[in-house]
Design a protein around this ligand. Structure first.
Ligand SMILES: [Zn+2]
Length: 145
């Protein structure tokens, strides 16, 4: 694995979302897998700011996931997995360990929920990966698509 140093990436609320997407899209050309970690929603939660948390999630959606997804559509085969690494509830301002929601989409997806990506909707799918470390295997194998 290579660490890609993205100018403007701060691991904070002011991170450069567009730069992260740009560097990820470039990395996709030469790597089989690219992981983008965005710390801003976690930092907003530690600070107890629902406004900043919402803004961070909206920025991730608009400035990273959207452009990366559009770039992936240029490839005949791809998958995308979106998830938080843990919950950080605003009310407690600290990490918690309950299972997190995830969404996977790929060229070979056959199951489509047509649900928006929310904790409640994820729970309603009934799909759970009991051992979190196995999620990556499912993602790579495509056996839960
Ligand atoms: Zn944290």
């Amino acid at each position: 694995m290579n660490i890609i140093n993205v100018p403007g990436a701060t691991a904070y609320l002011d991170t450069d979302y567009e730069a992260k997407a740009k560097y990820a899209i470039e990395a996709i050309k030469t790597h089989d897998m690219v992981l983008i970690h965005i710390e801003a929603p976690d930092e907003a939660s530690h600070e107890g700011s629902i406004h900043e948390k919402i803004r961070a999630i909206e920025n991730i959606d608009k400035k990273i996931i959207g452009p990366v997804y559009d770039a992936l559509k240029e490839y005949s085969e791809f998958r995308i997995l979106v998830l938080p690494d843990h919950y950080t509830p605003i009310r407690t301002k600290t990490h918690t360990s309950e299972p997190v929601p995830f969404t996977i989409y790929g060229f070979d997806s056959s199951k489509k929920s047509n649900l928006s990506f929310t904790e409640l909707n994820a729970e309603q799918t009934g799909l759970k990966v009991k051992k979190g470390y196995k999620l990556m295997n499912h993602f790579i194998e495509g056996d839960i698509l």
